[in-house]
Design a protein around this ligand. Structure first.
Ligand code: TRP
Length: 76
């Protein structure tokens, strides 16, 4: 599937603290980090699941908005 055909879900990550980390993990047989992003308090990251990204890991205090609902890292 080419990138132009891909239309993956988006997630919105709202950092509630300084130093929240967002990791993108590769799609396919080999699952590894391919990107890390640091967010400070109040910053938003809007990220898509793509041909290259199958999973996202979030470390720190954040609220995550997905099509399945809203999840808070500290209240799961
Ligand atoms: N180059 C990555 C990609 O196209 C960028 C990316 C997309 C990403 N979604 C992400 C990075 C989620 C971190 C987290 O897949």
């Amino acid at each position: 599937m080419s990138v132009s055909e891909f239309s993956g879900d988006y997630v919105v990550i709202h950092a509630r603290d300084n130093g929240v980390q967002v990791f993108g993990l590769t799609r396919g047989q080999d699952t590894r980090f391919h990107h890390t992003e640091k967010l400070d308090k109040g910053e938003l990251m809007i990220a898509q699941f793509t041909e290259h990204t199958s999973a996202v890991k979030i470390r720190g205090k954040a609220t995550v908005y997905t099509r399945y609902g809203v999840v808070d890292t500290e209240k799961v």
